[in-house]
Design a protein around this ligand. Structure first.
Ligand code: ATP
Length: 336
């Protein structure tokens, strides 16, 4: 079991309110990702769940039990950090088994648990190496293995992939997703990378300035963002925000995703001039300057021969456009 509830959880450092009234329920077995810009309070919230930070007010419960003042070691959680936090003088087997050893488990049982976790993470042939003899990705797998052997109620991950290069990040992301499927454990995962959030999460919690902006399944946030902030944060490349009055559209700004605009040489649409083109092979990103909207990103499938300074016309798919008022709240006009 690993059911987590936060009720009006708040955290202040001195007079600065870092987490404000967070109420959230994470179901047993769920993969929940906290995402948001730098400084929005993701790590602080995770550390409050872990017990590494006191909470200023509110409640945190694990499986219904109030843990506000429970020390981290008694919360039955395991945390995986960006920095691995392995003991350099211990080999992989001893690093992974240390928690069980400290808990007084018999040697044979520890060996069995470590072997099982090492098998899951493909670490079997590295068990006698020390962390210094491993790559960054292997070290992070050891840190994850150390969490697995403890059979915690809750896995907490704090940006575990940030120190890995791009290819290894993708590979380790897939391994974490597989692990979640295999273990069926509750996982709470912090990242500032919305692609990681989209690909791993059952549910994403979007934070800004210590508050929850929206909670939902990845595609729910993509297709139905509650406000301009979430609309701009989820999706890569980012949503375009066009000048709604200039288009005769409802609201202050009209949000259109780069993949929901087509280009034509002439005719009806928004006139613009190509400012930059990125050829990515499978797709082409065309950056178009259009007054008064500014720089608009258009994402086209496949290869396209647009060049800087080409004049063209953009045609947003109005059925997929979003409308926002001047406070950034989503409008639902009857015509939208
Ligand atoms: N011990 C502390 N004392 C005072 N302020 C703190 C402390 N820890 C964090 N903060 C502040 O709390 C805010 C939230 O920090 P936190 O590390 O939780 O953000 P984050 O969303 O995880 O950011 P990042 O993505 O950059 O890691 C920041 O403004 C930070 O400066």
């Amino acid at each position: 079991m690993g059911h987590l509830t936060l009720h009006n959880a708040c955290k202040s450092f001195g007079t600065v309110d870092v987490i404000r009234d967070v109420t959230l329920e994470v179901q047993d077995g769920e993969f929940c990702v906290f995402v948001g810009p730098s400084g929005c309070g993701k790590s602080t919230l995770l550390r409050m769940i872990a017990g590494l930070e006191d909470i200023t007010s509110g409640d945190i419960r694990i499986d219904g039990q109030l843990v506000n003042t429970t020390p981290p070691s008694q919360r039955e959680i395991a945390m995986v950090f960006q920095s691995y936090a392995l003991y350099p003088h211990l080999n992989v087997r001893d690093n992974m088994g240390l928690g069980l050893k400290q808990a007084g488990q018999p040697k044979a049982q520890i060996a069995e648990s470590v072997d099982r976790a090492a098998g899951m993470l493909d670490l079997g042939s590295y068990l006698t190496r020390r962390p210094g003899e491993l790559s960054g990705g292997q070290r992070q797998r050891v840190a994850i293995g150390r969490a697995i052997v403890r059979k915690p109620k809750l896995f907490l991950f704090d940006e575990p992939l940030s120190n890995l290069d791009a290819a290894l990040r993708v590979q380790t992301r897939i391994e974490i997703a597989n692990l979640h499927r295999e273990l069926g454990a509750t996982m709470v995962y912090v990242t500032h990378d919305q692609v990681e959030a989209m690909t791993l999460a059952d549910r994403i919690v979007v934070l800004r300035d210590g508050r929850i902006e929206q909670v939902g399944a990845p595609m729910e946030l993509y297709n139905n963002p509650a406000n301009e902030f979430v609309a701009g944060f989820i999706g890569s490349p980012k949503m375009n925000f066009l000048d709604a009055p200039a288009l005769g559209a409802v609201g202050k700004s009209m949000g259109v995703r780069p993949e929901h605009i087509t280009l034509a040489d002439s005719g009806a649409g928004i006139d613009g001039r190509v400012s930059h083109v990125e050829h990515l092979g499978g797709e082409t990103l065309v950056y178009v300057n259009a007054d008064p909207h500014g720089l608009v990103t258009v994402r086209l499938f496949g290869e396209h021969a647009y060049a800087v300074n080409d004049s063209l016309v953009m045609r947003p798919d109005m059925a997929r456009a979003f409308h926002f008022d001047d406070t950034g709240q989503r409008l639902h006009p009857a015509s939208a």
